[in-house]
Design a binder for this molecule. Structure first.
Ligand code: NAG
Length: 372
């Protein structure tokens, strides 16, 4: 009885408490909804044009035929740690799902560079890694084998003691030192996006033609990252210097966020394919891009020469860059313009131009990108 009485006496308090709790829950609910709306508005503002509809509306050309950006987003980008933020053609804009720190970018590079490697560059992609190399089957595969590991007849650094002579060459003659016709695209890009008083880093050059083009367009100092020791002509030693890749990586803190520009032509597409005895790494090229991003100042320019075409690997010669891979390569950069060797003016880079040589056809162009 006493218990019952107690219960009855307590009841008005219970009702009050329940009402209070209900009100509290409703208020929290309203706040959460407002937060969600806020996030959604922010999401819409900061990522214009992104919607599932857009991703289904746009298709890119692959070696499998035309594939929607939605499919590429789900089957390739998400598993590589990226997602589309702007559905655009011929190259969608992406973001990384988990942006790595520069510390982890360089330490991962070191870790991979120390892994044991096969004696002879493999003739085929190991099946265990084929999805990673071939973007889950969305990149074409062609056989085109080289063993340039310590090869006797392989390219060695040349002309580093002849810089003053190269400074007098025509752009065409400079281009002839590397890829006749195509190398001139670097010159055209630098002539429009001048380098006056800037300091920069050049990645992967046997002959100093990229460096000479940069000097000719005003660069103050250039650091070349090269596996070989370079013999630089005395009178250019205040403007040119070189460093071994491993030394740059070990001392990355001294170089992070320090360069006004970076330049690389026909180099990054080889990274990770083992042709030069380099460590096998399906995303060796994407790693190089992350490294370059760490080295550049915010707003710094990247002059990037790559083979363009329909996404593919001609194993182990090189990768060919199409809509899919370019999206990942350019993440964190703004795309300013693209130059060919044919004209001093930037050209319109559209799907027709990208794919005009067919499945394994390629052309090297120079893109100008700005670090965001
Ligand atoms: C694509 O760009 C080229 C120049 O690079 C131009 O001649 C052509 O008309 C463009 N095609 C389309 C469909 O816009």
């Amino acid at each position: 009885m006493i218990r019952l009485n107690n219960t009855i006496r307590v009841t008005p308090f219970c009702i009050l408490a329940l009402l209070g709790l209900l009100l509290f829950t409703i208020l929290i609910g309203i706040e959460k909804q407002q937060e969600r709306d806020e996030t959604f508005r922010h999401f819409q503002d900061s990522r214009p044009g992104r919607s599932r509809l857009d991703l289904l509306e746009y298709s890119v050309r692959t070696h499998k035929g035309y594939v929607t950006l939605n499919e590429i987003n789900e089957k390739v980008y998400n598993s590589f740690g990226y997602e589309i933020t702007i559905a655009a053609l011929p190259i969608p804009t992406l973001r990384m799902l988990n942006e790595p720190t520069c510390g982890s970018v360089f330490s991962e590079w070191l870790r991979i560079s120390r892994e044991p490697q096969p004696e002879i560059p493999p003739k085929e992609i190991m099946s265990r890694k084929s999805d990673e190399f071939l973007m889950n089957g969305y990149a074409g595969l062609d056989e085109y084998y080289f063993n340039d590991k310590n090869a006797a007849g392989s390219d060695k650094p040349r002309n580093w003691d002849q810089i003053s002579k190269l400074m007098t060459y025509s752009k065409t003659d400079l281009g002839e030192l590397a890829y006749p016709g195509e190398s001139v695209s670097m010159y055209h890009a630098m002539a429009v996006h001048r380098l006056d008083e800037m300091s920069g880093v050049v990645i992967g050059s046997m002959q100093p033609w990229v460096e000479v083009m940069a000097l000719r367009h005003g660069a103050k100092h250039i650091l070349t990252v090269e596996y070989n020791q370079l013999t630089i002509e005395e009178q250019f030693k205040d403007r040119l210097s070189s460093i071994l890749p491993v030394d740059l990586v070990n001392n990355w803190n001294d170089y992070a966020d320090s360069f006004d520009f970076a330049a690389s032509f026909s180099s990054i597409e080889h990274s990770g394919l083992g042709r030069y005895g380099d460590p096998l790494d399906p995303i060796g090229d994407l790693r190089e891009m992350l490294k370059i991003r760490c080295l550049l100042k915010k707003g710094g320019l990247l002059f990037l020469g790559l083979p363009f075409g329909t996404d593919a690997i001609q194993y182990n010669a090189h990768r060919i860059y199409g809509s899919i891979r370019l999206g990942m390569m350019m993440t964190g950069f703004e795309w300013l313009a693209t130059y060919s060797g044919e004209s001093p003016e930037a050209f319109e880079f559209n799907s027709t131009r990208l794919h005009y040589k067919g499945t394994f056809g390629l052309t090297q162009y120079t893109m100008v990108l700005r670090k965001l």
